[in-house]
Design a protein around this ligand. Structure first.
Ligand code: NAD
Length: 444
C-alpha cells in the first residue's frame, strides 16, 4: 500500500519505517527541513535502538522516502497518518494546532479519496474536528471528495519502539465506516499474523482508550510511590512490599516499581489532558488529579533526601549524576526527574557532574542549557572525582552493576542516592556505603 506519515518524530518515523519494512511504500513528511535533510542522509535525529539500520535498509530498497512536501506523498497515498505532536496547552489540554494544521493542508491538497488516520494522542472528538477542517477546505475548493477519519492511537514505548510496533500487544482502530476498517485490517495484517491483535471500536472510544491506558499506568506508578513514602515513615521496606503484592495475579509485578516519578513526553501531558477532558464536562477527576500531584512531589524526593543529609545550603558540594533521560533506552528528556533534581540542587549552590549514555546532547542543548554549574563527562566513573555523593536517576543497564570499589575510591564520601532502587542496601552497606533509596529508611 502507498501511505504517507505526517510528522517524522518518535512516533511518525517508527510508524513509517515499520510499514515500509512490511513492504509498503511510505513517504514520511515533516515541516522541519533540517530533520528531513538529515533523514535523507541517513542521520536519525533521535536515539531509538535498531531504528537507524531499519531506516537505512528501507531507504536503500526504495520503500521509504522523506519530504517536506505533503503533496508529494499524498499524490499516491490511500492512507495518510497524522503523527505530529500534541503538546500540553496552557490550560492543560492537548494543543491541537499541529494536528488541525495538517488536516487543513490535507483538505487543501487532496485530489482523490483518502483515509486520514489520527495516530497522535488526541482528545475525544478530535476526529470530528479533523473531518470538519478537511470538509471546510474541500468546500472552499468547491470539491466533493470522499474521505474518512480513523483513530489509531499508538502504544509504542520509546526505547523499545520497533519491537512494540512490529509485535504490538494490540492495535486499536476506531472508525465509523466498513471500508476504513477493511483498509486498516489490510495495512496491519502483517503485524497480526501470529494472532489477531486488532481491536475495533467506535472513533470516540478509540481516542479515549489511549488516554485511559496512559492514565492507568501513571496511576500504578503514583500509587506505588505514595506507598513507598508511607513505607519509609513506618520503617517498612517498599522493595519487599512490592514483591509481596505483585505475587497476587490480580495486581501483577509490572509498573509497581517505586522511583523518582514518571516523566517523558506522554504520561505527564496525557494525565493532565484527561483531567481537562473531564473538567470540560463538569466532572472533577479527583483520582487523576492526585496521580499528578503525587508525581510532582515524587520528582523531588531524592533532592529532599540530599538536603536532609547535607543541609539546605549545598554550596561547595559536588554531586555525580548518573542518568538524565526520563527512562533507559532513549535520549528523551521531556519532563525527566533529572531536570527538576539538577535544578533544585544547583539552586542550593551545588555543582553537578553529569553522565548519561544517550541524553547528554538533549540536556546540554535544551533541558539544562541555561542551568549553571553542570558539567558533562564521557563516562560514569569520570563524574565521581571530588563528588560528595553519587545520584542515580535513570536505570540504564550500565549503572546496574558498577565497580563499587572504584566508586568508593573516587567519591569524597561513599554515599549513594538511588532514585530508581537499583541496588541492594545490604550489599552496599556491607561495602561501607551510606545508601539512600526510595521507600526504605536509611539508618545513619
Ligand atoms: P515528536 O515531537 O517527536 O514529533 C512530532 C513531529 O511532527 C516533529 O518532527 C515536528 O516537526 C512534526 N510536525 C509538526 N507539525 C507538522 C506539520 N504541520 N507537518 C509536518 N510535520 C509536522 O512527537 P512524538 O513523540 O512522535 O509524538 C507524536 C504524537 O504521538 C503525540 O501526540 C504523542 O502524544 C503521541 N505518542 C507519542 C509516543 C512517544 O513515546 N513519543 C507514544 C505514543 C503516542
Amino acid at each position: 500500500m502507498n501511505i504517507t506519515v505526517v510528522g517524522s518524530g518518535y512516533v511518525g518515523l517508527v510508524t513509517g519505517t515499520c510499514f515500509a519494512e512490511m513492504g509498503n511504500h511510505v513517504t514520511c513528511i515533516d515541516i522541519d527541513q533540517d530533520k528531513i535533510e538529515k533523514l535523507k542522509k541517513g542521520i536519525i535525529p533521535i536515539y531509538e535502538p535498531g531504528l537507524e539500520a531499519m531506516v537505512a535498509k528501507n531507504v536503500e530498497n526504495g520503500s521509504l522516502h522523506f519530504s517536506t512536501n505533503l503533496e508529494v506523498g499524498m499524490k499516491k497515498s490511500k492512507v495518510i497518518f497524522i503523527a505530529v505532536g500534541t503538546p500540553m496547552g496552557e490550560d492543560g489540554s492537548a494543543d491541537l494546532q499541529y494536528v488541525l494544521s495538517v488536516a487543513s493542508e490535507i483538505g487543501q491538497k487532496m485530489h482523490k479519496p483518502i483515509i486520514v488516520v489520527d495516530k497522535s494522542t488526541v482528545p475525544v472528538g478530535t476526529a470530528d474536528k479533523v473531518a470538519e477542517v478537511i470538509s471546510k477546505e474541500l468546500k472552499q475548493r468547491d470539491e466533493d471528495i470522499e474521505f474518512h477519519v480513523v483513530s489509531n492511537p499508538e502504544f509504542l514505548k520509546e526505547g523499545a519502539a520497533l519491537q512494540d510496533f512490529m509485535k504490538p500487544d494490540r492495535i486499536v482502530i476506531g472508525a465509523d465506516n466498513d471500508m476504513a476498517f477493511e483498509t486498516m485490517r489490510d495495512l496491519y495484517a502483517p503485524f497480526t499474523v501470529n494472532h489477531d491483535r486488532m481491536i475495533e471500536m467506535d472513533v470516540r472510544s478509540a481516542e479515549m482508550t489511549k488516554y485511559v491506558a496512559n492514565a492507568m499506568l501513571a496511576t500504578k506508578i503514583s500509587f506505588m510511590n505514595e506507598i513507598a513514602n508511607i513505607c519509609e515513615l513506618v520503617d517498612a521496606d517498599v522493595n519487599q512490599v512490592r514483591i509481596g503484592i505483585g505475587s497476587d495475579s490480580r495486581i501483577g509485578y509490572s509498573f509497581i516499581y517505586p522511583g523518582s516519578g514518571y516523566g517523558g513526553s506522554c504520561f505527564p501531558k496525557d494525565v493532565k489532558a484527561l483531567k481537562k477532558i473531564a473538567e470540560d464536562q463538569g466532572y472533577d477527576a479527583g483520582l487523576i488529579s492526585s496521580v499528578e500531584a503525587v508525581n510532582d512531589k515524587q520528582k523531588l524526593v531524592i533532592a529532599e533526601k540530599i538536603v536532609k543529609r547535607f543541609g539546605d545550603d549545598l554550596s561547595g558540594k559536588v554531586f555525580a549524576l548518573w542518568g538524565l533521560a526520563f527512562k533507559p533506552g532513549t535520549d528523551d528528556m521531556r519532563e525527566a526527574p533529572a531536570i527538576y533534581i539538577a535544578k533544585e540542587l544547583v539552586k542550593r549552590g551545588a555543582k553537578i557532574k553529569a553522565y548519561d549514555p544517550k541524553a547528554m546532547h538533549e540536556a546540554q542543548t535544551f533541558y539544562l542549557k541555561d542551568t549553571p554549574n553542570i558539567s558533562y563527562y564521557d563516562s560514569k566513573y569520570e563524574t565521581l572525582g571530588d563528588a560528595n555523593a553519587m545520584i542515580l536517576l535513570t536505570e540504564w543497564k550500565e549503572f546496574r552493576s558498577p565497580d563499587f570499589e572504584e566508586l568508593k575510591m573516587k567519591l569524597v564520601e561513599p554515599i549513594i542516592f538511588d532514585g530508581r532502587n537499583q541496588y541492594s542496601h545490604l550489599r552496599l552497606e556491607s561495602k561501607g556505603f551510606e545508601y539512600y533509596q526510595i521507600g526504605k529508611r536509611t539508618e545513619t
